[in-house]
Ligand binder design. Structure first.
Ligand SMILES: NC(=O)c1ccc[n+]([C@@H]2O[C@H](COP(=O)([O-])OP(=O)(O)OC[C@H]3O[C@@H](n4cnc5c(N)ncnc54)[C@H](O)[C@@H]3O)[C@@H](O)[C@H]2O)c1
Length: 318
């Protein structure tokens, strides 16, 4: 088994992916630059497991300055998860999104072109925007309604160009609202859990009836590894539970786990899509993808980990 490369290894999904690959016996090279869109301390905690493993090598570097050709020379699979994620800040911090999601992707693809390896990259449900028909299939027209979504379309287009021009084996995955332990602190559930723990009011953007296709991080990791093993080169797959929930029903779940919540409803944010709901037939048929984790179980694990982290960070702060 050749080693594998994971970009965005210190991130939420990337750190879980590294752990699963290490558990499966792979040697893993992780690249991450600790971009400042959330605290480095949290990303260091994400890396605790991988760093403790003898087969993990970490490279702190930006994709644009990393020694990628030396790495892609050795590996059989490349998982490209490094990106500036999140819809809302993409209106203001666009340069940063273009740097990581467009230039970063092209730099990585340049280092992969002409080599005998497979690239699996993370795209997003944001590429669909407000689709006319739900659930969305991979054939649904791409009409992002945020600059972030537009950069993810560009990620896909670039990957397609390298597949066509260089014969590179690339597989794209459109992740839908990933949740679970270590979720990024800017994401809805993570914000709700923190607010509930501190007895703060929870701002809810929109009326709470919007649907989200919440997908547990371990299920996403399983699909990501399956894409490297048997994804169709040039193919793209929705990765989702395909079991959408309203935000209000998720808040009900949180209420049963954490006690009474104080909600404050605000205007929906620009770029937030109204509903997300994926048809996952293709991933089921071609990758054997079967999401296994129910929201109540996954949410309980996310709450437990959030509590552990709060304690770890308090201990660090001394
Ligand atoms: N979390 C979700 O719900 C979700 C949904 C759809 C798509 N995605 C995609 O999945 C991937 C992982 O998302 P996440 O939620 O784990 O995000 P994350 O921010 O936790 O992880 C991304 C990591 O990439 C690193 N990074 C960013 N730019 C870099 C660069 N130029 N060079 C090196 N490292 C860089 C960051 O430091 C970060 O640790 C991203 O591509 C994201 O767009 C995530």
């Amino acid at each position: 088994m050749r080693p594998v490369l994971v970009t965005g290894a210190a991130g939420f999904v990337g750190s879980h992916l590294c752990e699963s690959l290490l558990d499966a016996g792979h040697a893993v090279h992780g690249v991450d630059s600790f971009t400042p869109h959330y605290a480095r301390e949290l990303k260091e905690l994400n890396l605790e497991g991988p760093r403790a493993h003898p087969k993990f090598t970490f490279h702190e570097a930006d994709l644009l300055g990393a020694a990628l050709p030396e790495l892609t020379d050795q590996v059989g699979w490349v998982f490209h998860l490094a990106a500036r994620p999140g819809v809302r800040d993409s209106w203001s911090d666009f340069e940063d999104y273009v740097h990581s999601n467009v230039h970063g992707t092209k730099t990585l693809l340049d280092a992969c072109a002409g080599r005998d390896l497979r690239v699996v990259f993370a795209s997003s449900s944001s590429v669909y925007g407000d689709a006319e028909h739900l659930p969305v299939t991979e054939e649904t027209r791409l009409r992002p309604i945020s600059p972030y979504g537009a950069t993810k379309v560009m990620t896909e287009v670039l990957a397609g160009a390298y597949a066509q021009a260089h014969g590179l084996a690339v597989v794209g995955l459109r992740y839908f609202t990933v949740y679970g332990p270590r979720q990024r602190p800017d994401m809805g559930l993570a914000r709700f859990i923190e607010a509930a723990a501190q007895g703060r009011e929870i701002p809810v953007y929109g009326d709470g009836s919007q649907l989200r296709d919440f997908t547990y991080v371990e299920d996403v990791v399983t699909a990501t590894i399956a894409a490297a093993e048997r994804g169709r080169p040039g193919g793209v797959y929705n990765v989702a539970s395909s079991d959408p929930q309203t935000l209000l029903s998720v808040l009900d779940e949180l209420r049963s786990a954490s006690g009474e919540l104080s909600l404050r409803f605000e205007e929906a944010k620009l770029g937030d899509v109204r509903d997300t709901w994926a048809d996952t037939t293709r991933a089921r048929e071609e990758l054997g993808f079967e999401p296994a984790t129910k929201l109540s179980a996954g949410l309980a694990r996310q709450i437990d980990e959030a509590t552990r982290r709060r304690r770890a960070l308090a201990a660090l702060a001394g």
